[in-house]
Write a protein that binds this ligand. Structure first.
Ligand code: ATP
Length: 251
């Protein structure tokens, strides 16, 4: 689903972030996110990708510049998925998924249908009573996704969610994420190191340099849903080469 509405939901303008120890993570970072975007932030380790997500999620504040939400509903309806699934080991799958609603004071009975829907979306309806130790890495990440989806977010921030998984599982979860995003109609901001993953998922790839800003942005003009045919197309191959070259220039 390519973005056609050009409705800006959030802009980062001239954002810099320097931590107390003097490390500068971002400097002159600008981006405008449109409703319906699948934006991939791509860059070398330490270039500031996670810092961008933390600023968007209000987990940190910029040292200078602005994070301007023009869509306050989107800001209030934001979920984040981290690289580690970070599940509570003593809680079952459905209790883990319930957690964001529980924090809001919603009882498990009242949350039941939303928990069931989230688990169904990630294909884990039959695993609701299992504990994290009984799950594979891919299943744990699905639970983490379900936990993010249970609040029905309109913006989903994902910080290298599949980096620790084997390639086949990663491909499968990439496909599932695109399907979910089609069903939920949410805006996705996805951090990755992987050129191949960004080219497969995104409608926009923003390449970050080591100075903590965007050096190039590449638009991907391929319709959703994307399939293994897209992955083996010459367009995809050329796209990966283009993004790789941009990443090399950024370094
Ligand atoms: N709380 C903090 N205090 C000090 N320095 C920090 C803090 N958080 C991040 N940094 C530093 O800021 C820089 C950017 O970190 P960030 O985690 O945003 O990078 P990243 O691109 O997401 O890295 P990776 O791909 O390895 O996860 C790094 O040099 C990091 O060490």
């Amino acid at each position: 689903m390519a973005n056609t509405t050009h409705h800006t939901i959030v802009e980062l303008n001239g954002v810099s972030k320097t931590f107390a120890n003097g490390t500068t993570a971002l400097s002159g970072f600008d981006i405008s996110v449109q409703r319906g975007d699948f934006l991939c932030l791509l860059g070398a380790s330490g270039c500031g990708k996670s810092t961008v997500l933390r600023l968007l999620a209000d987990l940190d504040v910029p040292s200078s510049g602005n994070v301007m939400w023009s869509d306050t509903q989107a800001r209030e309806s934001l979920s984040m998925v981290l690289q580690e699934a970070t599940l509570l080991p003593w809680a079952t799958v459905d209790d883990n998924v319930w957690m964001p609603l529980r924090i809001k004071g919603i009882s498990k009975t009242d949350a039941a249908s939303r928990i069931a829907t989230a688990l169904e979306l990630v294909g884990l309806s039959d695993s609701a009573a299992l504990y994290p130790r009984e799950l594979s890495g891919g299943m744990k990440m699905r639970v983490s996704l379900a936990r993010a989806l249970v609040s029905e977010p309109s913006v989903l921030l994902l910080d290298e969610p599949f980096a620790a998984l084997d390639e086949i599982t990663r491909f499968r979860l990439n496909d599932e994420l695109l399907t979910l995003r089609g069903k939920l109609d949410c805006t996705v901001i996805f951090v990755t190191h992987s050129v191949f993953e960004s080219a497969y998922l995104a409608n926009r790839v923003a390449v970050m340099d080591d100075m903590g800003k965007i050096s190039e942005e590449i638009a991907i003009d391929a319709p959703y849903p994307r399939t293994s045919e897209f992955r083996s197309s010459s367009y995809y191959t050329k796209l990966c080469a283009k993004i790789s070259a941009a990443l090399e220039r950024a370094a």
